[in-house]
Design a protein around this ligand. Sequence first.
Ligand SMILES: *Cc1c(COP(=O)(O)O)cnc(C)c1O
Length: 432
Amino acid sequence: MKGREFLMTAGITALGTLFITPLAELMKLSKEELLRLHAEAGTIPYGRLNKFAEQMVKFKSHVVGYPCNLAFNLKDFYTWFVNSGLCNLHMNNVGNPRKESSYLLNTHKFENEVIDYFASLYGFDKGDYWGIVTHSGTDGNMHAMYFGVNYIKSKVKTLPIVYVSAEAHYSIKRIADVMNLEIRIIPALPMGQMDTGEFEKVLDPSKPALVVIAMGTTFKGAIDDHRAVLKIINKKKPVAYYIMLDAALFGGFLPFSEYRDVVNRKKFFFHSIAVSGHKFFGSDEPMGIFITAKEVMDAQNPFKVAYLNDAVPTITCSRSAVGALKFWWNLTRNGQREYEKQACHILKTAQYLKKRLDELNYPAWLNPMSNIVFFKRPADWIMKKWDLAPEYDERLGGELAHEVVMQHENKRIVDEFINDIKKYLRKGNNKS
Ligand SMILES: *Cc1c(COP(=O)(O)O)cnc(C)c1O
């Protein structure tokens, strides 16, 4: 149905059948045409929708190029959600979840429990942090940078320079752009880690520094050398500094692996961390978490917003209440032991994929602590069939692609993928 038709239909439905004749005259449509439109109004085209849904679900096991867990299950959540009547309610987590909200229909209690759980995992002490369930990893990064700038402004009067690796997620550069901050992009080593020698060279100690640690770069899954960065900061002593972890994907599984220390601020200091909720944990819609030290929160100067009880530290006003509730459901349903199993599964499966590619002498790489295997870009049909993401790096031979091994991938799927690579190799690396 076209836009105009739809508007007419909706209008007619609202007015009811009684007005059809005068409307027909007004709109210069025949009475029959109007009756037909009226009959269609509000009718959901289930045939079309079912076809669409079927296609999406079928594609699931072949989506291995992006960092989203597709093995979660929210069916019981939605059954409960509908039966409880909450599906016909607008809940909204606007405001500060740690303060009494004037909008009573919210899930702040559950949101706080999610944040409490993760704060302790990331090494924040009880009562020494603040955080929210965000819209996404990017939303978390945005809050991390905004909070960081306010924190630095509370110490010195100048704006910080943003230091970030060339291979960090583009959202950092985008947000620095939006905030009009000076940014120094540090070259990355061939395996994707920030070149800390370069960082040391360009770090200007006369200006405050906002340093982004990429905790798993988007394409190569590289973890910046946090220890070296801290050492350089201690040595060059910038007038003020703020360190944020962009741990969108890795912040999900690392706390449940033997590498948990790298996301523990007691071991490697940071002021704030942003993680995606739909990547490792799995969710039908984007979400995330942002947690920062109380010291940073206390340096914020929230704008007075009387109608929201005066304290809105967030950039975004309305925030998803259902998202926070789903996250809480996910944590409660799975728990630490299940996440440990999943973390082990994705790391092991990534190693298996790397091993299988090595056996074929197919150029492939895997960083330590990572579930991302990157390799020479195969034929287009493989790229499409497996929904692989492309990248280019001269230092590694040019055209690349990667697989992000998530919970829905297993050895059987890896083997099927490897068979495709074999087919491609037999054809003599023919691109098509
Ligand atoms: C995915 C990703 C982001 C962006 O997260 P969204 O939840 O997609 O907004 C940021 N940083 C890194 C390292 C990522 O992998």
